[in-house]
Design a protein around this ligand. Structure first.
Ligand SMILES: *Cc1c(COP(=O)(O)O)cnc(C)c1O
Ligand code: SF4
Length: 346
């Protein structure tokens, strides 16, 4: 069967350090070991967005020798512990993550599932997908199924639809979510045919993953428009990354740009304690400072929750700059610019 355009583009992805060396004139040798340990894949579209060595798009997708430094955890969220069957992560009673693939359109160097993505040892089999769906069917508490991976939209339409049909057939499942970075890395994947499929399984939420305003391209905007026009509710999860988006101006441009393409910012994630990603991590205070700077100047519509996913699988906790204080028996609230205002609390 002929490949679809997106499959063709995917095949043209950059997967070797030599291609990087050719285009950017860098020395490929130190990167070979890194790419052997954590796979390299950059779609042609994303590759074209890179402006220069070390820029915010480069650092998200190009291997870096610092990935080989010791420290952090292979599985920082103890997902293995919350995995009753291989394809399921069940940490909260009413919702599960269903891992449907361990491939992505491109591999992000900061990925929380760095230990798994793109590795043949962690491929998700057809049987594991089925086992995962049977698990959901057997637990009536589960009202929310989050398709994740890897990237679920890397699957062909027919496979994806088969999964959606089976999940929708479970009467206690109320909503389906899909987590996908393809609107950013492979916007060609968002075809009218795909949107027609997704629309049938409403309510369906798609959380995508933009990290930098330069990822907001005409192609990614068109992909989001196709989805939104079919009633798919779009959210965004950004990872706070040192040297990529850890400054207020960049974050504001990203968040406002997302609203313009009908994507509602949902989470700003503190970078998990993943092995090989320490160079991306920021102090917690950086995220808090950004959140404080947003409040007021930026619409609440554009403000994500800043969340830290605690080690050991203790769950996500939203962090807020300390707004509420008590002074001389009175309640005092800090405004966005830092003024202390007394509030007649009960
Ligand atoms: C983040 C997460 C969810 C979804 O949490 P929401 O806060 O509802 O978006 C579900 N399960 C696991 C294991 C998670 O890490
Ligand atoms: S697309 Fe998502 S799952 Fe895939 S490498 Fe990037 S962050 Fe990880």
């Amino acid at each position: 069967m002929a490949l679809e355009l997106w499959q063709q583009r995917l095949k043209e992805s950059v997967t070797t350090v030599d291609e990087l060396a050719q285009r950017f004139g860098i020395d490929p040798e130190p990167l070979r070991e890194v790419a052997a340990r954590y796979p390299l894949k950059i779609t042609p579209g994303y590759f074209d967005l890179i402006g220069a060595v070390g820029d915010p798009l480069w650092s998200q997708c190009v291997p870096d020798v610092r990935e080989l430094q010791a420290g952090g955890y292979a599985d920082p969220l103890a997902e293995a512990h919350y995995s009753p069957v291989p394809a399921i992560i069940h940490r909260y009673p009413d919702r599960v993550i269903l891992l449907v693939s361990n491939n992505c359109a491109g591999y992000c160097r900061f990925c929380t599932r760095k230990r798994k993505v793109g590795s043949s040892d962690h491929a998700v089999s057809f049987r594991e997908q089925r086992e995962g769906i049977d698990y959901v069917a057997a637990d009536e508490r589960i009202r929310d199924v989050i398709l994740s991976g890897g990237d679920p939209l890397i699957l062909p339409d027919s496979v994806l639809e088969d999964l959606l049909v089976r999940i929708r057939a479970i009467s206690h499942v109320e909503i389906i979510r899909i987590g996908s970075r393809v609107p950013v890395t492979l916007p060609e994947r968002i075809t009218p045919a795909l949107c027609q499929i997704l629309k049938k399984y409403t309510p369906l939420y798609l959380n995508t993953h933009f990290n930098h305003p330069r990822e907001l391209t005409p192609a990614s905007a068109a992909a989001c428009a196709l989805l939104a026009d079919q009633g798919i509710v779009l959210g965004n999860q950004t990872v706070l990354l040192h040297g990529v988006n850890d400054d207020v101006a960049t974050m504001i441009e990203l968040l406002r740009g997302l609203l313009k393409i009908r994507v509602r910012p949902y989470y700003l994630h503190q970078m998990d304690l993943v092995e090989g990603t320490a160079h991306f991590r920021t102090p917690l205070q950086t995220g808090l400072d950004i959140i404080r700077a947003l409040r007021g100047p930026v619409s609440g519509m554009a403000c994500p929750h800043f969340v830290v996913d605690l080690p050991g699988g203790k769950g996500k906790v939203p962090l807020l700059p300390d707004g509420l204080r008590y002074r001389d028996g009175k309640t005092v609230i800090t405004t966005s610019p830092g003024e202390l205002v007394e509030y007649p609390d009960l």
